[in-house]
Design a protein around this ligand. Structure first.
Ligand SMILES: [Zn+2]
Length: 164
């Protein structure tokens, strides 16, 4: 038994029903979504999307990091992304710790993470405003590309649009 046997067994069942797909790697609905890695978020389900529709970029805190910008550039110029939704969520773990807290936690296990920036979120609204601005003012992304924000409520499933 490996730690992943359950997954490979589930995939064997999944593939039986899969048939064949003619989807391409382009975002069929022209959408990019930046959201958190939180395991309660089903980005496709909560937005009425299906596989093939959107590029989903996930990390801790739904932050627009250098790597998210890099990925959006590929999404826009190569893979059909024409609009971007930044979607943080309620009860996010990244709003409950600081970078210093994480450094302390890792140090307890002998790991020095002080060279990493965790982009923790002391103020979710300020972080969202910052991240919206980062995309809108990026010299690498098209001027005027629709970009907006919305906070997903993990208890109700509701999305609250937020724009600045
Ligand atoms: Zn989160």
């Amino acid at each position: 038994m490996s730690a992943f046997d359950d997954l490979f067994a589930a995939n064997a069942e999944f593939a039986k029903e899969f048939g064949s797909s003619d989807l391409t790697g382009r975002a069929a609905r022209g959408l990019g979504v930046v959201t958190c890695m939180d395991s309660r978020i089903d980005p496709l389900g909560l937005l009425g999307l299906k596989p093939g529709d959107a590029k989903i970029l996930r990390n801790a805190g739904a932050r627009v990091t250098d790597d998210v910008l890099r990925t959006l550039v590929v999404g826009v110029y190569v893979l059909g992304v024409e609009r971007v939704l930044i979607m943080p969520h309620t009860d996010c773990g990244m709003t409950k710790v600081t970078d210093a807290d994480i450094h302390d936690l890792t140090a307890e296990r002998g790991v020095d993470t002080r060279s990493l920036d965790f982009h923790t979120v002391p103020d979710q609204w300020a972080a969202l405003r910052h991240d919206l601005t980062r995309i809108r003012t990026s010299p690498f992304l098209p001027t005027g590309m629709p970009v907006t924000g919305a906070i997903y409520d993990v208890r109700t499933g509701r999305l609250s649009p937020v724009d600045y």
